[in-house]
Design a protein around this ligand. Structure first.
Ligand SMILES: [Zn+2]
Length: 104
């Protein structure tokens, strides 16, 4: 089943099947990723640069900033949701997703 994935609005949104589904304005918790010196980084997403699929998981590349220490980095491979039976199910940004955390 085709699922169309695109980055829209200069990186502000990930679009799934022509609907804006994942915004940059959310704060995502990176517990396993070595994003900055914080034990758990709370990362405000600033821009998406790419979106893709790994298995049934939708992953994004982009740039984010830790809201505690202010460090800003590019990351890749953040899982933002899954495609199940042809429809997109977004992950909660503050959920624990050790298996789908990005690399920096
Ligand atoms: Zn930090």
């Amino acid at each position: 089943m085709p699922t169309e994935l695109r980055v829209l609005d200069d990186g502000a949104w990930v679009s799934v099947d022509n609907e804006r589904r994942v915004p940059t304005s959310d704060v995502w918790r990176f517990a396993a990723t070595d994003f900055c010196a914080c034990a758990t980084a709370f990362v405000l997403l600033e821009a998406f640069t790419d979106v893709g699929v790994q298995g049934c998981e939708v992953t994004v590349d982009g740039v984010g900033r830790c809201v505690d220490c202010g460090e800003k980095h590019a990351f890749s491979g953040l899982g933002v949701g899954r495609v199940l039976e042809g429809s997109f199910r977004p992950y909660p940004p503050d959920g624990v997703r050790a298996g789908s955390e990005p690399t920096v």
